[in-house]
Design a protein around this ligand. Structure first.
Ligand SMILES: [Zn+2]
Length: 435
């Protein structure tokens, strides 16, 4: 399926501009991601070499000659009696042009508009037999979310990066919601210290976490498509698999992996929910908390929504595969935190799922950072640190524009970014404390 993916706010701005444009045609940069199918990615970055011709028509849904001749792809948006319809064409380097099948609007609602063969607005491009016949199981969920929101939510393809306690809770929650496609990704195998509080048989020790989780989900509520990958998120196999998903959950336990997932989300225009839990200190000084950050593409990035605890160190680890392997081989969890509590992981995972539900139901309209903290008396405080700074102007973030929507063309820039020294503004307010 050939997909054109745009951050929703960016696409809405293009439509407004298009209606004011006397010639009725706009030429816009697009990033590209080429596998057997093609994804075109909306970007404001002039380094993108692809061009999309967007035009409007009240008479016939076909591209203008200028659009076909000069751009990599053409999109025609219907107006007046064709309002709500659109048509797309993709030029291939060899062979005949192909249809663009789907316009994917990444943001509140996560709407999908089918462009071909039926040029009509539809929010449910993949109505399968499960939806037609078997919704009784989810009747309570549908009652809570509304059927259209539930269908949009469960039709998305999700990647869960990190399959420890938090990732397992997120993946189980998504599978139980009835999602159709789930990618599980974790290079680690289960160790004895992972077993405590996890619903995993001791015989599983030594086996890859992602595979164990996939086996559990197949029994629980199997998604139509379920893949487990046992490699790092920086591996080319992970890159290829993640590119074909719609929505990322980052449940990793280190900032290097967190940064890698955040950059992929920006490059390929995908919403990201990053979850970090932390328990630090001892006795009355012990702090427990979590940071759950929903990062919408084209609006914010992980580095300007809370940032990382030690961004230069994260970059250093990602400079080369050798550096990454050396770092993870030398890690000892007890150096980084006092311990883990499944109750804290499950709390964070559930709130992350609520964010995804509210984004797709259009209750959440913007990138959101939720910070949880249990004080010494066990009192829980939930705050939204980014809202505290919204009244003061925020410094422009160079990272948002650096990678957003560049797709495969942005990968060399990512490599040089990881190798470069510290640059850009410090995150404001204070970085997330959880790890
Ligand atoms: Zn940013």
């Amino acid at each position: 399926m050939n997909v054109l993916a745009y951050p929703l706010a960016m696409f809405e701005a293009i439509l407004r501009r298009l209606m004011r444009e006397p010639a009725g045609v706009l030429f816009l940069p697009v990033g590209q991601c080429r596998d057997s199918d093609v994804q075109l990615l909306g970007t404001a970055n002039p380094q993108a070499t692809g061009l999309l011709a967007v035009s409007r028509s009240a008479g016939r849904l076909a591209p203008s000659r200028a659009g076909v001749d000069t751009a990599a792809a053409a999109l025609v948006v219907g107006t007046e009696h064709l309002s709500g319809q659109a048509w797309g064409l993709l030029r291939r380097e060899t062979g005949q042009p192909q249809p663009l099948h789907l316009l994917s609007l990444q943001g509140p609602g996560m709407h999908r508009i089918v462009l071909h063969p039926t040029p009509a607005l539809r929010s449910d491009p993949h109505p399968g037999p499960r939806h037609a016949a078997g919704t009784e199981r989810w009747s309570r969920t549908i009652g809570a979310l509304g059927e259209q929101a539930w269908r949009r939510l469960t039709d998305l393809a999700y990647a869960v990066v990190g399959c420890g306690r938090t990732g397992a809770a997120v993946a189980s929650g998504l599978a139980c919601l009835g999602v159709r496609s789930l990618l599980l990704l974790d290079p680690d195998s289960l160790e004895l210290h992972n077993l405590g509080e996890m619903a995993v048989a001791p015989e599983c020790t030594g086996r890859p976490k992602a595979e164990i989780l996939a086996e559990q989900l197949r029994v629980l509520s199997p998604p139509t498509t379920l893949h487990a990958l046992t490699c790092s998120v920086t591996h080319r196999l992970a890159l290829r698999a993640i590119r074909n998903t719609d929505f990322l959950f980052s449940c990793v336990d280190h900032d290097a992996a967190r940064l890698a997932v955040g950059v992929l989300a920006a490059l390929y225009v995908k919403p990201l929910i990053d979850i970090a839990t932390g328990i630090h200190g001892a006795g009355p000084e012990r702090r427990m908390g979590a940071d759950i950050r929903l990062v919408l593409p084209g609006e914010r990035c992980l580095l300007c929504l809370g940032g990382l605890t030690d961004e230069p160190d994260a970059r250093r680890i990602l400079r080369s595969q050798r550096e990454e392997i050396r770092f993870y081989a030398a890690r000892d969890w007890s150096d980084e935190r006092a311990g883990s509590l499944a109750s804290l992981n499950h709390t964070a995972a559930s709130l992350a799922q609520r964010m995804a539900e509210d984004l797709v139901a259009e209750r959440i309209q913007h990138s959101t950072w939720l910070h949880l903290e249990f004080d010494a008396a066990g009192v829980l405080t939930a705050s939204y640190p980014d809202r505290l700074t919204q009244e003061t102007p925020r410094a422009a973030c160079p990272h948002c524009a650096r990678f957003q929507g560049l797709g495969d063309e942005g990968l060399p820039l990512v490599r040089s970014f990881f190798s470069a020294g510290q640059e850009g503004p410090r995150p404001d307010p204070e970085p997330a404390h959880a790890t």
